[in-house]
Design a protein around this ligand. Structure first.
Ligand code: SF4
Ligand code: SF4
Length: 480
């Protein structure tokens, strides 16, 4: 790839391996790093569950709702943007399996018919639906039960079945992280392919005595990109040649080519992964739409049309419209224009399955803008909640009396600018990706192939800017 003056060429970035750095290198090679992080988050999760079930039930006064819906989600998107799939790396839901697997070995094999993302797509959509229907952000008790259900599901599936099928195929948070990490700056990858070529044990995949190999079935020698990688670091510890590292790469560069990926196949031939990307992108817009006032007018109108007072059919209709009808119409229209303007003859679905990946940066921009808005506006909210907890537990204000008056982490006037900045960055990234794909498809007239996708991305960006400029519910804070 030709470089830009003053900017390091991609190959140089890819040679930068943070496991070779001082301090960070030994830290990431430390065998107990993951379990230490998991244990830390497990303790946090236990406190959240306890406070959610027994503490005050007003959302901004409870740790379960404050930490889960304001802080945790903010940290997840920040980590994806600056590092990689850090939440899966530190996932507390997996920790209870460690002592359990010493007693019971997982023996079952995950059914072949379920080895796709379809179940994960449905579960992520169901999670977003439940979030809106049950107002999870407003209910400490329900939030605590969601965390408990998560522990139970992860433990049951990964405890019974070999590998980590819950992470790879089912976990809604994991599926979100896999898509988000496609544009992360770091990737777990081999340092020298020649070493792999002469390696006879392939321990990174198979594991060895006392060290498991890749449970997500990604073979380092053939692994490419971040899809399905939980950043669990097992391959780094398992490789006897120290040949696996954590490398920089150009964010999103894995999306403009369709290389064969170990454990994944070719993305452009995976309709299930394409559907996951559609859900990720249009779900981001829907999630933002659920918090602005026009949604109430739409709900009232639909309820009148259906003649119902119940929320679920109305919400169901909005979800089907936003996550199925709208994407089918917009992506189908863009693909149809692409074919007409570029002169390429291929099935519409093949065009969509290639260009849908150009939407990932935009989707990530929308999620980031939205989550960071709540993260920054409710950032200090955790302080009075902890102070209050200490008062309730000990009867004394050891950390001071709760400061319920603490404001956002940044001046309120900055929040809209920050949001618009993330939307602009995501839009720019998506335009660049779409152009790369168009240049690959129609080198002689890339603009003709690019124009429909630029139009689509532009329309989505305008819709999102409009959404962000609407008065937004400050969920989980006293301003709600
Ligand atoms: S990463 Fe290590 S264990 Fe895996 S094939 Fe390469 S050298 Fe062998
Ligand atoms: S490739 Fe596999 S073993 Fe290595 S970090 Fe990713 S999920 Fe873990």
């Amino acid at each position: 790839m030709s470089g830009i003056r003053g900017v390091r060429p991609a190959a140089e970035w890819e040679a930068v391996d943070i496991t070779a750095w001082p301090v960070l290198g030994p830290l990431f090679r430390w065998r107990h790093l993951r379990s230490a992080l998991q244990l830390l988050l497990l303790l946090v999760a236990l406190v959240l569950v306890w406070d959610g079930l027994t503490g005050p039930q007003l959302a901004p006064t409870n740790l379960a709702t404050t930490v889960t819906w304001l802080h945790y989600r903010g940290f997840v998107v920040l980590a994806l943007l600056a590092f990689g799939n850090a939440f899966c790396m530190a996932c507390p839901f997996m920790w209870p399996r460690l002592p359990l697997e010493r007693l019971v070995r997982a023996r079952l094999v995950w059914p072949r018919s379920l080895r796709s993302k379809w179940a994960g797509v449905l579960l992520l959509a169901a999670f977003l639906f439940a979030y809106e229907l049950f107002d999870l952000w407003a209910s400490p008790r329900w939030t605590a039960w969601v965390i408990v259900a998560y522990f139970a599901a992860a433990l049951t599936v990964n405890g019974l079945f070999r590998g980590a099928p819950f992470c790879k195929y089912l976990c809604p948070i994991g599926q979100f992280n896999f898509v988000g990490s496609l544009i992360s700056p770091l990737e777990i990858a081999v340092r020298d392919h020649n070493v792999c070529a002469s390696c006879t044990t392939k321990d990174c995949f198979r594991g060895r005595e006392g060290q498991r190999g890749c449970e997500l079935w990604l073979f380092q020698e053939k692994k490419y990109g971040n899809m399905d990688c939980t950043f669990c670091l097992d391959c780094i510890h398992a490789c006897p040649h120290g040949n696996v590292g954590i490398r920089f790469r150009l964010p999103g560069s894995e999306l403009w080519q369709d290389r064969l990926r170990s454990g994944v196949g070719r993305l452009w031939r995976r309709p299930d992964v394409g559907a996951l990307v559609v859900l990720f992108t249009f779900g981001a817009l829907l999630n933002a739409f659920g918090m602005v006032s026009p949604v109430y007018a739409l709900e009232a109108w639909l309820a009148g049309l259906l003649g119902t007072t119940s929320e679920w059919p109305v919400l169901g209709l909005i979800f089907v419209g936003a996550l199925v009808v709208e994407p089918a119409f917009l992506l189908g229209g863009a693909a149809w224009l692409f074919r007409a303007w570029s002169g390429r003859e291929e099935p519409l679905i093949a065009v969509i399955m290639r260009y849908v990946y150009a939407l990932v940066p935009f989707g990530m921009g929308v999620w980031s803008a939205h989550y960071l808005f709540h993260f920054l506006s409710g950032f200090w909210g955790v302080v009075p909640v902890v102070q209050n907890l200490v008062v309730e537990l000990t009867g004394s204000p050891w950390l001071g009396m709760p400061r319920w008056d603490l404001g956002p982490a940044v001046p309120v006037e900055w929040l809209n600018t920050l949001e618009l900045g993330f939307i602009a960055l995501g839009t720019w990234g998506s335009l660049l990706l779409a152009y790369r794909l168009a240049r690959r498809d129609v080198p002689q007239a890339p603009w003709r192939a690019f124009a429909p996708w630029a139009l689509l991305i532009g329309v989505l960006a305008l819709v999102d800017v409009w959404l962000m400029l609407q008065p937004m519910e400050m969920r989980g804070t006293f301003l709600a």
